[in-house]
Design a protein around this ligand. Structure first.
Ligand code: URA
Length: 210
């Protein structure tokens, strides 16, 4: 663990991740595990949210009790696999605003090209959690963060399930101010850009496509 990279080593996270990695895990179970793990990761990433005191009445007496104070949250999903992390996180943080960034890789230039971008207003006043299960090369994640910074975001964190060392290095170079939270730092990328040992194509596994 460094300041830039946090690996969530909680046994529940690690156990669920192992189940997700297994090639025989069916789509429905994979999706359910992703939902559960996303909530545990969301718990970790929101650890330092500020609270303020509010006077409330319990059935027995008044008390000063903590409630979330700003900044308000924005969850930004990198399409399409990011949506698998988003659903579970929204159950835990239902008032969060949500944005979507769609990028594809141009076959000739190999650069990420934007095809969709819709984010909440006042990103400069929000804590923005960018979600994508797989930090592989890091190019699309870094490009997505370029776009949300252009839209005003300043306080940003990147949340993923698995990270490759190559992706972490790319993100650190492009966005040293954006901490990464992940359940695992895997070994490396293969020649097709898949994370090894990884879990395969996260989008295909969660949506049952090939
Ligand atoms: N995207 C995936 O879905 N899986 C990988 O291993 C790398 C990128």
């Amino acid at each position: 663990m460094t300041d830039h990279l946090t690996i969530v080593s909680h046994p529940l996270v690690q156990h669920k991740l192992t189940l997700m990695r297994k090639k025989e895990t069916p789509t429905a179970v994979f999706r359910q595990l992703l939902r559960e793990i996303s909530q545990l990761l969301a718990y970790e990433v929101t650890h330092d949210l500020a609270t303020s005191q509010e006077t409330i009445e319990t059935p027995l007496m008044d008390m000063q009790a903590p409630v979330l104070a700003g900044p308000k949250l924005a969850l930004i999903s990198i399409l399409r696999a990011g949506n698998g992390l988003l659903d579970g996180m929204l159950e835990l943080i239902p008032s969060a605003r949500v944005g979507f960034v769609g990028l594809y890789r141009d076959h000739e230039t190999l650069k990420p090209v934007q095809y969709y971008f819709k984010v909440p207003d006042q990103l400069n006043k929000r804590f923005c959690i960018v979600v994508d299960p797989m930090l592989a090369t890091g190019y699309s994640s870094a490009a997505a963060i370029d776009l949300i910074k252009e839209a005003g975001a300043k306080d940003i964190c990147f949340l993923c399930l698995l990270a490759a060392p190559e992706g972490v290095a790319q993100m650190k170079e492009a966005h040293p101010d954006v901490p990464i939270v992940t359940a695992s730092l895997d070994e490396r990328l293969n020649e097709l850009g898949y994370i090894l040992p990884g879990l395969g194509d996260a989008g295909d596994r969660m949506f049952g496509t090939k």
